[in-house]
Design a protein around this ligand. Structure first.
Ligand code: PHE
Ligand code: ZN
Length: 884
């Protein structure tokens, strides 16, 4: 917590480290109230640096002693300024010995070494290692680590760190010790230790080259019944990396440890991944389908980091997307391959598009907009964003779209060949892709350097006489903070043309045969492409498979959209046509509600839309998973993103009206699908069953959106009879959202049954926090519940963040009470955990787009936070950028 003005760090100021570290020996005497850390490292001057001082970082630790080549350094031998410790006049090579003390039990930031439920865990990315010892804590300093852990043998029966276990036993003083050695050099952010009372599920697993690795999933004792799926996901991940990329596990042992207090999803520490319990623990009783899918994706993600992140790491934190964008892309491909079927893949792709529109497009259009590779930051923790992760993954995906799967694989191979063991940049990745394929990808760099979502405006013309069809694409990109003007992007635009019968027409461009989907390369501001031999007026299907993270504008009429929605061979664009149909209705209705004020807006939904929905719903040739996606309306956030002036209540009213209309007018079809998509027998989280449950539960939600007794009864019966959490939670949510008389009792019974399962209690809070009937008073009430605490990030998020970011009606109450609550909670959380506080702070990002009354009150709340004398860099950066 600093009170001075925070410093902005610029990418252009990068300089190589002055000293390199070859080996690090760490000794820990673990005590919650006073942990002593002994650090002995061998360092040598970096020939690539002009700087001659040793530079070490340290934060919130007490320096006990500092020795250089055996000599204790005194006051005059080094300088400490803030977090930087400098040793001038250092020799070319030296052994540094540093002893420090930290207090894990009072570390509420969950960065560095901390305790959770009485055990020790670490989190070092991005800059947490400096909270453990003084070190050149930057990712381009890679060293070999040996770690000795010593702790009370009864309280901490398990002592883990990176790499291989060399020795363990009991010390003369009765404590337990364990010695670990990591054979690979690594940056300090990948260091980890665990000293805990935990147990594991373990297995020997044979690798592709015949070696055997020991796989372990570590959890607290009562949770051994929830580790199967994580273990299975880990084995699938290892196989997939071998099969798709020829990348093998490089260690004899790979460990996953679950911890209940964790800021993020999980962390890829070398050989010792530490996970938020949310992404490990699952069984059908407590976890939903979405939870199971999240576990598979995150276990994969962290495992895949072993090559994309650990073996090849980032030169500096501006390059974060080098590892995150690439690893998200890899986990997305993994999830898609695990499903295998074409529509299954498409459904995962649709989910990705939804995430982008729900979270990344708004970020790219708001005050925190930044390029995939940012140019500056105040606090790096604020840049673990959907832009760096999800847009970064889209950028990686575009290489594959442009180069083809084989070309992309060649690029990956060259990337590893060139850079294994190095700390590199996004440019190095791009060059590997270009060189492996003999392509010039200079223009493609703009995806890394320019923020904002490009807009592609399309126009078409069919020339009957010439039998040509021209597609004109005009691109632009709105200004973002610090970037008033943009240059054209290199955009792959995948296009198909549908004939009148709904089938794909064969495509010829410039005399070249493109099959039925052409990947056009838009590189200029304004470009025209001509398809030849087009015998009929086609319907264009543009941006198939969402081939680029852009906003496509094209003047589709309803008939064309219905045609695409019924026939497009590209499932993503088929879904997209339905979203466009829905969005035009939602925007019109929102406008009507807003304009009517207190008068009756006389809303109506047309038959064209309802009939299109009916047709998809009842089409049994389509996967239930796809039908569920096709029937799901754009979210309130996505609707808001289309409007210049946002009236959250009007948007909610309009969307609810459409949901109720679907519930009423498709009642028979919804009931039929509800019955047809039951999944009797033993629960299984396979894609087909998940799809059925999703469609069935969406049908239930629509039926309850226009609640009649029969529908509410259906929900109540599903709640009572559910044999898995997916069905139970869906039924409870339907009851709560419908304000059913049975909701209160159901909530109580749910809590009583699951109060011993923290992750389910999180769901219980979140479900209430997101209900549009929940106002700030109800949230304050829930905060006094004995199960509530701000100190646990999952719990704080489940109630406070869900209300502020996931309940537009409650949060944007006209009296400003939601905003006052937000300010209060940001300030309270900031004193405990700046990272969690700062994410909550972002709920106000787009305050300038709301109606004048709301805007004024939001501004006041932002100013109240900004006016605090004591604020973390994290929150200060977010609120000052919002107000700028
Ligand atoms: N590197 C982690 C991941 O994406 C995320 C993370 C960042 C976790 C910072 C903790 C702290 O896999
Ligand atoms: Zn990651």
């Amino acid at each position: 917590m600093r009170t001075d003005t925070p410093q902005t760090i610029y990418r252009k100021d990068y300089t190589a480290p002055s000293y390199l570290v070859d080996t690090v020996e760490l000794g820990f005497d673990l005590d919650p109230a006073r942990t002593v850390v002994a650090n002995r490292m061998t360092v040598r001057r970096n020939p690539a640096s002009a700087q001659r001082e040793i530079e070490l970082y340290g934060e919130d630790i007490e320096l006990v002693s500092l020795r250089l080549n055996g000599r204790t350094l005194g006051e005059g031998d080094y300088v400490i300024e803030g977090t930087l410790l400098r040793i001038p006049n250092a020799p070319e090579e030296a052994t540094l010995e540093i002893e420090t003390i930290c207090v894990p039990e009072s570390n509420t930031t969950l960065s560095g070494l901390y305790t959770s439920n009485g055990s020790f865990y670490t989190q070092c990315e991005a800059e947490g290692f400096r909270r453990i010892t003084y070190f050149p804590d930057r990712p381009d300093v890679m060293a070999r680590y040996t770690v000795m852990l010593r702790a009370d043998k009864d309280k901490y029966p398990v002592l883990l760190s990176n790499g291989n276990l060399i020795d363990e036993g009991i010390l003369p003083d009765g404590r337990r010790y364990a010695l670990w050695e990591d054979p690979f050099k690594k940056p300090s952010y990948l260091f980890a230790l665990v000293a805990a009372r935990i147990v594991c599920q373990e297995e020997d697993f044979e690798l592709a080259d015949g070696r055997t690795a020991l796989l372990q999933v570590w959890v607290e004792e009562g949770n051994l019944d929830k580790t199967d799926y994580a273990m299975q996901s880990l084995k699938h991940s290892i196989r997939w990396d071998e099969e798709r990329w020829d990348l093998e596990l490089d260690l004899d042992r790979f460990m996953i440890v679950a911890v209940g207090d964790f800021n993020m999803g999980a962390m890829e520490n070398k050989g010792l991944n530490i996970f938020n319990t949310k992404f490990v623990l699952a069984n059908p009783r407590v976890a939903t389908d979405v939870d199971f899918q999240g576990i598979e994706a995150v276990v994969g993600h962290e495992y895949f980091h072993n090559w994309t992140g650990n073996r090849v790491t980032c030169r500096d934190w501006f390059q974060l997307s080098l590892k995150e964008g690439l690893t998200v892309f890899r986990d997305q491909e993994f999830s898609a391959d695990m499903i295998g079927t074409n529509t299954g893949r498409a459904v995962t792709r649709i989910d990705q598009v939804r995430t982008l529109r729900q979270a990344q497009f708004p970020e790219d259009a708001g005050p925190m907009a930044h390029p995939v590779r940012p140019d500056s930051f105040v606090e790096i923790n604020n840049f673990y964003t959907v832009t760096v992760y999800e847009k970064g993954a889209e950028v990686v995906r575009m290489y594959q779209t442009l180069l083809g799967r084989d070309g992309f694989r060649k690029g990956m191979d060259l990337y590893f060949e060139r850079h294994d063991g190095q700390a590199v940049t996004c440019d190095d990745f791009r060059l590997a892709m270009a060189d492996a394929n003999g392509r010039d990808l200079t223009l493609f760099e703009r995806w890394y350097s320019q923020a904002g979502t490009p807009v592609v405006q399309a126009e078409t013309r069919w020339d009957e006489a010439a039998r040509t069809y021209t597609l004109r694409l005009v691109q632009s990109c709105p200004p973002t903070p610090g970037q008033p003007e943009k240059l054209p992007f290199h955009i792959p635009v995948a296009v198909g043309l549908l004939g009148r019968d709904g089938r794909d027409l064969p495509l010829t461009v410039d005399g070249k045969d493109h099959g039925t989907t052409a990947v056009l390369e838009l590189t200029e501001a304004d470009q025209t492409f001509t398809f030849t031999n087009v015998a009929e007026q086609p319907t264009p299907s543009i941006l198939r498979d969402f081939s680029a993270p852009v906003i496509l504008k094209y003047g589709y009429n309803d008939a064309e959209l219905v045609h695409l929605f019924s026939h497009d061979s590209d499932p993503v664009n088929r879904w997209e046509a339905g979203q466009r149909l829905a969005m035009s209705r939602l925007l019109k209705l929102s406008g009507q509600v807003a304009a009517a004020g207190n008068a009756d807006p006389k809303l109506d939904v047309d038959d064209v839309f309802i009939d299109a929905m009916r047709k998809i719903l009842a089409d049994d040739t389509l996967d239930p998973a796809f039908r569920e996606q096709a029937l799901l309306l754009p979210s309130e956030t996505m609707i808001a993103d289309q409007l210049d002036v946002v009236d959250p209540l009007a948007i909610h009213t309009a969307r609810q009206f459409v949901r109720a209309a679907i519930g009423t007018r498709l009642r028979g079809e919804l009931e039929a699908q509800y019955d047809a998509n039951q999944t009797p027998g033993e629960y299984s989280p396979d894609a087909a069953s998940i799809g059925k449950r999703a469609l069935k539960n969406l049908a239930l939600a629509y039926l309850c959106a226009a609640p009649d007794d029969a529908s509410l009864d259906l929900a109540r019966r599903q709640f009572d009879g559910a044999t898995n959490m997916t069905d139970r939670a869906a039924a409870l949510s339907a009851l709560v959202h419908a304000r059913a008389p049975a909701a209160g009792d159901a909530l109580q019974r749910f809590y009583d049954e699951f109060q011993g399962e923290p992750l389910v209690v999180d769901k219980w809070f979140a479900m209430q926090a997101s209900a549009p009937t929940t106002d700030v008073n109800r949230v304050r009430d829930l905060m006094t519940h004995k199960a509530f605490t701000l100190r646990n990030p999952n719990r704080a998020r489940s109630l406070v963040s869900t209300f502020c970011a996931g309940n537009p009606v409650g949060f944007h109450a006209p009296d400003g009470s939601g905003y006052a609550f937000w300010a209060e909670q940001v300030i309270a959380l900031d004193a405990l955990n700046p990272q969690v506080a700062s994410r909550l702070a972002r709920a106000m990002d787009r305050w300038r787009r709301y109606t004048p009354d709301l805007q004024a009150q939001m501004k006041r709340a932002l100013q109240q936070v900004a006016g605090q004398a004591k604020l973390s860099n994290d929150v200060r950066e977010v609120v000052s950028k919002a107000l700028a």
